[in-house]
Ligand binder design. Structure first.
Ligand SMILES: Nc1ncnc2c1ncn2[C@@H]1O[C@H](COP(=O)(O)OP(=O)(O)O)[C@@H](O)[C@H]1O
Ligand SMILES: [Mg+2]
Length: 297
């Protein structure tokens, strides 16, 4: 296993972008963001989906990657179903265009599914194909959002510490706050360079949101010596529940509801106020893959 991981790492660091990537003038370095939480059920998937749609409405190119291995369900929130997942891509049965689903407003979406667990047993040839396909698509993107699972699993840690930025979602509940902090602490002890920002979901009002955010931000400042940027809060809003039942993203189903205007405010802030990025180069999908493979040690 060690030998294999070693040769995969060498493969990634020596991998040159394929011709069609270098051939285009529109090559971008997509920023890789993980959306994570300590506790489950805090609204990560709803946030990821509606944040992605709002970024897209502001002219950004966004790809959503469902990386919650146990409970991937963004497709359900969009009312679409995936026939193919990463599995078919890594087995070279499909090209990346075939495993990308298009949600509302054409939002590109990849279901990680069981394929994620198989990543480490890839042959060099399979890995090479996977990397060139993923680099090809990411060259067209501004952001790749990974909706990760909740908590401190090894898989989550590996995703978070490989990405350019970690966006933490919490609710004002004490258990959600303490679990969010625990996650930040463990990520930070694994890799102190990972930058965080914070969204408080399901807040009753601004005061409650700020109180919840302060607990995390001040504790992180004091004990970890890191600055966590508060991107904003999202109201506890029954329109979200209604939208989930209708399988339509709430920003599309109820664009004037409180939660939707909160998402727009957060997104605007995200694109206008620069968020911290990993200082370590290279960034984007190439850096992500390098770090991700390094973390399999
Ligand atoms: N802002 C909100 N207001 C009201 N209910 C919400 C809100 N955000 C999430 N929910 C509820 O929480 C449930 C879980 O959300 P989800 O995004 O699936 O969480 P996670 O991905 O973190 O497990 C949703 O189905 C919805 O009922
Ligand atoms: Mg989820």
């Amino acid at each position: 296993m060690n030998d294999q991981a070693h040769s995969l790492r060498q493969l990634v660091s020596s991998h040159q972008p394929s011709d069609h990537v270098t051939g285009t003038t529109a090559t971008r370095t997509a920023k890789i963001i993980t959306v994570s939480s300590g506790k489950g059920g805090v609204g990560k998937s709803n946030f990821t989906l509606n944040f992605a749609l709002t970024l897209q409405s502001m002219g950004k190119k966004v790809l959503v990657f469902d990386a919650d291995i146990g409970m991937a369900n963004i497709d359900v929130l969009m009312g679409i179903r995936s026939n193919y997942s990463l599995y078919h891509l890594i087995k070279r049965e499909k090209r990346i265009e075939d495993v990308i689903l298009h949600g509302p407003e054409g939002l590109p979406y990849i279901a990680g599914g069981s394929g994620l667990a198989d990543m480490l047993s890839l042959s060099e040839e399979e890995m090479n194909y996977f990397i060139s396909e993923i680099e090809r698509i990411s060259a067209e993107m501004d952001y790749i959002l990974f909706d990760t699972g909740a908590g401190l699993s090894k898989e989550n840690m590996r995703f978070i510490t490989s990405a350019d930025h970690c966006l933490i979602v919490t609710t004002p509940e004490p258990t959600s706050i303490t679990d969010a902090y625990a996650l930040i602490k463990v990520v930070h002890s694994t890799d102190p360079s990972v930058p965080f920002s914070l969204v408080v979901n399901r807040a009753d009002d601004e005061t409650e949101a700020n109180e919840a955010a302060s607990k995390i931000i001040l504790t992180a400042q004091r004990f970890l010596n890191i600055d966590i940027q508060l991107l904003g809060s999202i109201a506890d809003d029954t329109h979200v529940v209604q939208a989930v039942k209708r399988q339509i993203p709430f920003t599309s189903a109820y664009p004037r509801c409180n939660a939707a205007s909160d998402i727009r405010r957060i997104t605007l802030r995200y694109v206008t106020v620069p968020t911290a990025t990993l200082p370590e180069a290279p960034r984007g999908i190439k850096g992500f893959m390098q770090r991700w493979l390094k973390r399999t040690k």
